[in-house]
Design a binder for this molecule. Structure first.
Ligand code: CTP
Length: 431
């Protein structure tokens, strides 16, 4: 399907509120004043044509130099307020809108980028950037479906610029690259391909599948932070399990690091769906991470953490899961609350949620739930000072007796202050 300008204008009016459309016209007029052309490009246009909501409104300015985008952003800031974050070397500027305007437009930030071409001196390194025209700017992009631009300049407002058959590929649900060196330019595009394919319900083209296979070796050289960033983006998709499965089938996980050649089965599918059904899971991507890596040993977790430079808090949770999972068989029995506490005390909420979701055993689940909702909050009423007043010497015995009191509360051996005091006196006396 080809689009007329009128049809695109209708789609823009549907996707953007009136205030934002007015703002686009203002930016367009400001661009014209400095003899620059204005476009919207990339994910926004792709999703506009697919009728999917997308608030990532990336504006591209074709002017004399890389300064065109910072210049327009600065003009807007002067007139409407807010602040600008500049990356002059890349010709980009973020306009952080003042809050009143942000509310009216329905977005907090407007991104401006000067049209540019990129040149990779070395695969996997960041590119060298120079000012160029819209055609070259589109050519540096990852997939044909991301190279469609819409002109927002007054003279041809709403005209589609589609130099690499992006609209054709959109219509045919095909994910294709622009040229055979796309993954050499940026190997993280391999991960983007799988993520977009799944998100949009598209098919990676046959030639791209071959390219992926041939480019797997490049992933080894990509920095930890860039790979982790892509994995985090995968884990924030609606159904990341399908993407992880695809990564596994295509050998991408293993190419990132040997230990990531894991999990591509029903278990993972079921568990990820379960995560989404629990509304108490608020750090969903960490819980997904733990389930994805559930079968790994502590040493393997260490290797993955290193390769992806995982946050120390996440690494801690993953290691706790690893250590605690060997005790899950104990939790499968009808045991005293104090034993449950002994196994689970000190582990993070994320680790607890991973363990809870990982199990298929109703008793284990119930025991973890009890700990989560109740047992972890049980504390003795007496404190160390009271024990010392009772005659105990300060030192490690204080903590030991407090732990015994807590266990007695948990197991119902004591039930009020009087019974607690009685037990405390006995324990202090026996000491
Ligand atoms: N891009 C690229 N190569 C990359 C990352 C991004 O060519 N490794 C280009 C794509 O054309 C993309 C645009 O930069 O459309 C903006 O990037 P980003 O916002 O990350 O992509 P989206 O397509 O909007 O994807 P998502 O919605 O997942 O963020």
């Amino acid at each position: 399907m080809n689009y007329t300008r009128e049809e695109i204008v209708v789609l823009l009016h549907k996707a953007l509120n009136e205030k934002l459309m007015d703002m686009v016209e203002i930016i367009s007029a400001k661009s014209e004043k400095i003899s620059a052309n204005l476009y919207v490009v990339g994910g926004f246009v792709r999703d506009l044509l697919l009728d999917r909501p997308n608030v990532d409104f990336d504006l591209v300015i074709e002017g004399e130099s890389l300064d065109a985008a910072p210049e327009i952003a600065e003009i807007m800031r002067k007139e409407f307020g807010g602040r600008i974050i500049l990356h002059r070397r890349f010709g980009t500027a973020k306009w952080i809108l003042p809050s009143k305007l942000a509310n009216e437009l329905g977005l907090d930030i407007l991104d401006f980028a000067a049209t540019r071409s990129e040149f990779y001196e070395e695969p996997t390194k960041l590119p060298v950037v120079q000012s160029d025209n819209i055609g070259r700017d589109l050519y540096r992009r990852d997939f044909t479906i991301n190279t469609i631009a819409i002109s927002l300049s007054k003279s041809n407002f709403g005209e589609i610029i589609d130099l690499w058959n992006g609209v054709y590929d959109l219509n045919n649900k095909r994910l294709d690259v622009l040229h055979g060196k796309s993954f050499d330019d940026d190997p993280t595009r391999i991960l983007r391909a799988v993520r977009l394919e799944e998100r949009l319900g598209f098919n990676i083209s046959d030639r791209v599948l071959v390219m992926i296979e041939e480019s797997l070796g490049l992933l080894e050289k990509v920095t930890a932070d860039r790979i982790r960033h892509e994995i985090e983006k995968i884990l924030s998709e609606d159904c990341p399990e399908n993407i992880l499965a695809r990564l596994c089938v295509l050998g991408i996980g293993k190419a990132i690091c040997d230990e990531l050649d894991c999990k591509n089965d029903r278990w993972l599918m079921e568990k990820f769906a379960l995560v989404r059904s629990f509304d108490f899971v608020n750090n969903i991507s960490s819980v997904y991470f733990g389930l994805w890596l559930y079968d790994l040993s502590e040493e393997e977790i260490g290797a993955v953490s290193h390769r992806l430079n995982l946050a120390s808090s996440l690494k801690k949770s993953l290691i706790q899961v690893c250590r605690t999972k060997s005790h899950l068989n104990v939790l499968a029995n009808d045991i005293n609350p104090s034993v449950i506490v002994e196994i689970l005390d000190g582990i993070t909420e994320v680790a607890m949620q991973i363990l809870l979701i990982s199990t298929n055993d109703a008793v284990v689940m119930e025991n973890i739930f009890q700990y989560y909702n109740k047992f972890r909050f049980v504390k003795p009423t007496l404190n160390g000072d009271t024990l010392i007043e009772m005659g105990l010497d300060s030192g490690p015995d204080v903590g030991r007796i407090l732990a015994k009191l807590r266990a007695a509360w948990l197991d119902g051996d004591i039930y009020d202050l009087e019974s607690e005091k009685k037990l405390a006196m006995k324990l202090v006396g026996d000491n």
